[in-house]
Design a protein around this ligand. Structure first.
Ligand code: APR
Ligand code: ZN
Ligand code: ZN
Length: 362
């Protein structure tokens, strides 16, 4: 029988979010209902509220979550009630041209639950953020969006792997393929950039240069493994990165802001034949202008990182293991634990740069 739960709704463009009663249907074949235990507040949730993603209001926000499978739709499934899972927003299809070529992290046909969750009072269909909608006591997802991990880890920590932290770590270890001894620069050290710093450290980078315009962020980046920091309000980051790398530039530069000017810095701060990874998400009106001769002459690769080019079933359990072994301190990303009705206030702290992650804990 369909259930009623509390969930955080973005009712319309720039309107404050509020807690409302949400109807969660029973799972159909290929779907699961998950009892959410924790869900981080991500920038993308704010973008949804601001109408920056699309106009499909009302949204059920939240997409960086971990919880316990409550029920699974009829038919064969790898999931069982009671499984502790991290939710992912790229459930791969196994059938598209990317999947068939053995590159499922690029899957061009990822999927979500096919049934809709609705508002209890009006019956209106909800658009779940990134196909998840986990600022809710329970949510309906595609079974492929659930990745089982070691249940002894804290849900607040596990959930973060579902979006920003995975995007950042994956930008370094998957997309950037950072290797032992590499020099790495990370421009923008919010949750995503700090995760890229942590990923570069895991991968064995010898030099990790953190760049930000906020001195507080540079201190956090140091605690994540940055060996050098550059305040780009005071120092030209391209020159500083070159100076710190023997005059050459970094092997891998990760752009975790999503702006043309920081992309240009990343482009010129890398060594010849180096790699630029764009993991920050730009907005539609942004344009980039670069001398084409420099694009050719500097060689190497200019890559984008979708969700850290991760494969949830491969990467989530691995990163949880590294966390459990004490080699990746994911707890550092949790600035505060909040209640479901505190999401609106947490957006203000996010915009002020006061938090790495606020996490709703149920
Ligand atoms: N140069 C350097 N750093 C900058 C600049 C700039 N010009 N502008 C902003 N920053 C820094 C901010 O000070 C902040 O520390 O970039 C960081 C951005 O961090 P958050 O706002 O916390 O965002 P985060 O969650 O890390 O996401 C970063 O990735 O997923 C995308 O949409 C997301 O585009 C965003 C990016
Ligand atoms: Zn596919
Ligand atoms: Zn996110």
């Amino acid at each position: 029988m369909a259930q009623q739960v509390r969930g955080v709704i973005a009712p319309g463009k720039n309107e404050p979010v509020r807690v409302e009663t949400v109807v969660v249907p029973d799972p159909a074949p290929g779907e699961a209902v998950v009892q959410v235990q924790a869900c981080g507040v991500c920038h993308t949730d704010l973008h949804y509220k601001q109408g920056g993603i699309n106009d499909d209001f009302p949204f059920l926000l939240g997409h960086e979550a971990a919880g316990v499978v409550e029920s699974v739709g009829p038919g064969p499934s790898d999931l069982e009630p009671g499984d502790f899972v991290i939710l992912n927003w790229r459930a791969v299809c196994g059938q598209c041209r990317a999947c068939k070529r053995g590159r499922p992290w690029y899957c061009f046909d990822t999927h979500n639950a096919s049934q809709q969750m609705t508002l209890a009072d009006s019956g209106r269909a909800l658009s779940p953020a990134l196909g998840i909608g986990a600022f809710a006591e329970k949510t309906l997802v595609a079974a492929g969006q659930c990745t089982k991990v070691d249940p002894s880890v804290s849900p607040a920590v596990a959930g973060l792997l579902g979006c920003g932290v995975m995007a950042g770590i994956g930008a370094a270890i998957n997309t950037g393929a950072v290797g032992r001894g590499d020099s790495v620069a990370v421009i923008g050290c919010g949750g995503v950039g700090d995760a890229a710093v942590a990923g570069a450290r895991l991968a064995g980078a010898a030099r990790i240069i953190a760049v930000d315009i906020d001195a507080r962020k540079l201190r956090t980046a140091e605690s994540m493994g940055a060996t050098h920091t550059v305040d780009s309000t005071k120092t030209d980051p391209v020159e500083a990165i070159r100076e710190l790398t023997g005059g050459f530039g970094a092997d891998v530069v990760i752009e975790a802001v999503g702006r043309p000017e920081t992309y240009e810095q990343a482009f010129y701060a890398r060594d010849l034949a180096g790699t630029v990874v764009l993991v920050g998400v730009p907005t539609p009106e942004m344009r980039l202008e670069l001398p084409l001769l420099d694009v050719f002459g500097r060689g190497g690769s200019l890559k984008s990182s979708w969700y850290g080019d991760c494969l949830p079933d491969r990467d989530f359990p691995m990163l949880i293991d590294l966390h459990q072994q004490g080699r990746l301190d994911l707890e550092k990303f949790v600035t505060e634990r909040i209640a479901l009705d505190e999401v609106e206030e947490s957006f203000a702290r996010m915009e002020a740069g006061d938090v790495l992650r606020s996490v709703v804990v149920f």
